[in-house]
Design a protein around this ligand. Structure first.
Ligand code: XIL
Length: 314
């Protein structure tokens, strides 16, 4: 049975995973499986602002470098994640009392510093993450509140200037089905494109339950392709109520397979990234009380039904 990365590349897409810096450093079986199985990696937390610039102007790329070096050695693409987000911001930034001009400068410098460092090694970036509210309008949060709505267009422009080769994405959750958020996202992308903002793609996080239907995702993706941007599934995981049983794991497997089929048949869908590849390293139990077992491999790295169904779908 060929690994996921080979099955995917034969179909013209990449299958990737989020990577946690700790297990990558400490756990040989995690490393081996990661290198063998995936064609793309996304640092799960290592490129977030609080990790990269814990004090103003003092950058720490230790964890991000380890992940990117590993990817280069293993012929893996890297999705950079993420520059403009309302979460994972260090206290010096949120509590610093900066005025608009200074804060714009801080954001610009941060984007330039991080993109420039990884020029040629990180080819795709989630420039902005989770910028919309549930009703499809811009989310109230640190950047909008402090800088006003122009921060988004500016961030993409600064990113393009810092690395003209990189593919620049807007990443969002909850837009996998038709509704206000997907509509708002489409209007936003259309608007940004009309202003000449350099946006190349839209990422659908796709953190879902095993009872979720992804039946509308293909249509949603098609609408973005029509606007002239790439699309990707960027953070797929499929949580099940604990304790997991054969029925819920079977449903989970169908959702993983469905996601793969959607990406394979949607125009301009470049990649599917899972948000962790083993139940031993997954954010779900910490963030969704009563849920877990959300990934392709169990905590011993044995393949679950989801893994087998995904390979069949690719
Ligand atoms: C999560 C990570 O998986 C956790 O390790 C961290 O504690 C919080 O962030 N949407 C995103 C990701 O864009 O960055 C989030 O990652 C999950 C939700």
């Amino acid at each position: 049975q060929p690994p996921l990365r080979d099955l995917a590349s034969a179909r013209g897409i990449a299958v990737g995973t989020a990577v946690a810096a700790g297990p990558l450093r400490d756990n040989e079986s995690y490393r081996d499986r990661l290198g063998a199985e995936f064609g793309s990696v996304t640092p799960e937390d290592a490129l977030k602002w609080s990790a990269v610039e814990p004090a103003r102007g003092q950058y720490d790329f230790t964890d991000a470098d380890r992940i990117v070096d590993f990817a280069v050695q293993h012929g893996q693409a890297v999705r950079g994640h993420t520059l403009v987000w309302h979460l994972s911001l260090p206290e010096w930034l949120t509590g610093g009392g900066f005025g608009v001009t200074e804060l714009r400068g801080i954001l610009k410098t941060h984007i330039e510093t991080v993109l420039t460092r990884y020029r040629g090694r990180i080819a795709v970036w989630d420039i902005a993450n989770e910028v919309l509210a549930e009703d499809g309008t811009l989310r109230r949060g640190f950047w909008l509140d402090r800088l006003g709505p122009d921060y988004l267009a500016e961030a993409f422009r600064w990113a393009r200037a810092a690395d003209p080769q990189a593919r620049l994405y807007l990443n969002e959750y909850g837009a996998e089905h038709a509704g206000a958020k997907a509509d708002g996202l489409r209007a936003l992308v259309r608007d940004l494109k009309a202003q000449g903002v350099p946006i190349d793609g839209v990422g659908f996080q796709t953190h879902v339950r095993s009872s979720t239907s992804l039946s509308e995702l293909g249509d949603v993706m098609r609408h973005f392709a029509q606007l002239g941007v790439d699309v990707a599934i960027t953070e797929l995981d499929v949580r099940v109520p604990l304790p997991a049983d054969a029925v819920s794991l079977g449903r989970q497997a169908e959702v993983y397979a469905h996601a793969a089929r959607v990406c394979l048949s949607a125009p301009r869908c470049r990649s599917i990234t899972v948000w962790g590849f083993t139940d031993a390293v997954s954010w779900i139990p910490d963030y969704y009380f009563g849920y877990g077992a959300a990934t392709l491999l169990d905590a011993t790295l044995a393949a679950k039904p989801a893994y087998h169904r995904l390979t069949c779908a690719l």
